[in-house]
Design a protein around this ligand. Structure first.
Ligand code: SAM
Length: 252
């Protein structure tokens, strides 16, 4: 995959392009709660926290959270909107987590794992910072368990290009089980719709998805032209939902 530098791309529009409404956030928090221990508080890490889409909601539901984010600009946006007393944001990455060993009960990686350059090192870091029995909630895509968002089919080779950004599921599992972790769960979460086809198109135009960074100008133009035509035929109909994978791994 062409790596995305969030300090030069996407950061201006990310919060708008990827905003979650209250209902969507609640569905995700419920899905996380279902795979986390019932006791409270839990000490959490939001690894690749970006603009802090999830961080305050995690703190509200589970207890103190450290958002770790390498891109200065993404972190600045998160910090500027940060009012939650149990949230802090730190510079760092999955390969270099700025927190003490054995200090976290869980780590969320929401669409950040595929950006990690040195995955074996990140797996070792996650092993270091999580307590025994701690859980990694990996909302990733996997090349062989890839969601099928309705809009992707309008882009030339859209599905193949998007799926190629991700590892196959077994490869991710093997990376963790080979260092003593176990799979605690694998399922999908269906996020409620953002609204209409027109609403979704308005977001897609902001191009805050790594997929768009992989396409050449001709494919981008052709894809958006086809998408605009398709949406123009039915802009006010509700945009379809799709199932998104969530892998839960448990540290030994
Ligand atoms: C698609 S965004 C997801 C942000 C946030 N988790 C969300 O769902 O809104 C991917 C994020 O991963 C971050 N990232 C890139 N490389 C990383 C790494 N090695 N470790 C942790 N995060 C990384 C990017 O800077 C970016 O903020």
């Amino acid at each position: 995959m062409r790596s995305i530098d969030y300090d030069t791309e996407q950061y201006q529009d990310y919060a708008r392009g990827r905003a979650l409404n209250e209902e969507q956030l609640r569905v995700w928090i419920d899905a996380f709660a279902a795979v986390l221990p019932a006791r409270r508080p839990l000490a959490g890490l939001d690894v690749g926290s970006g603009t802090g889409r999830f961080t305050p909601a995690l703190a509200e539901a589970f207890g103190q959270v450290t958002g770790v984010e390498p891109a200065v600009r993404m972190r600045e946006i998160a910090q500027a909107h940060s009012t939650h007393p149990r949230v802090r944001y730190l510079a760092g990455s999955a390969e270099d987590l700025p927190v003490p060993s054995g200090s976290a009960d869980y780590a969320l990686m929401f669409l950040s794992w595929h950006h990690v350059q040195d995955k074996p090192r990140a797996a070792r870091e996650l092993t270091r910072v999580l307590r025994p029995g701690g859980r990694l909630l990996l909302r990733g895509n996997f090349s062989d368990h890839h969601p099928r968002p309705w809009w992707l089919e309008h882009f030339p080779r859209g599905y193949e290009v998007d799926a190629a950004l991700f590892q196959p599921l077994h490869e991710v599992i093997e990376m963790f089980t080979s260092i003593g972790w176990r799979v605690a769960g694998f399922g999908t979460v269906t996020e409620p719709s953002v609204g209409t086809y027109g609403d979704m198109l308005a977001r897609l135009r902001l191009r805050t998805l790594s997929f768009f960074g992989q396409l050449g100008p001709d494919d981008l133009e052709a894809g958006f032209r086809r998408l605009e035509e398709a949406v123009a035929a039915n802009p006010d109909a509700p945009a379809p939902v799709f199932a998104e994978p969530l892998l839960t791994l448990e540290r030994a």
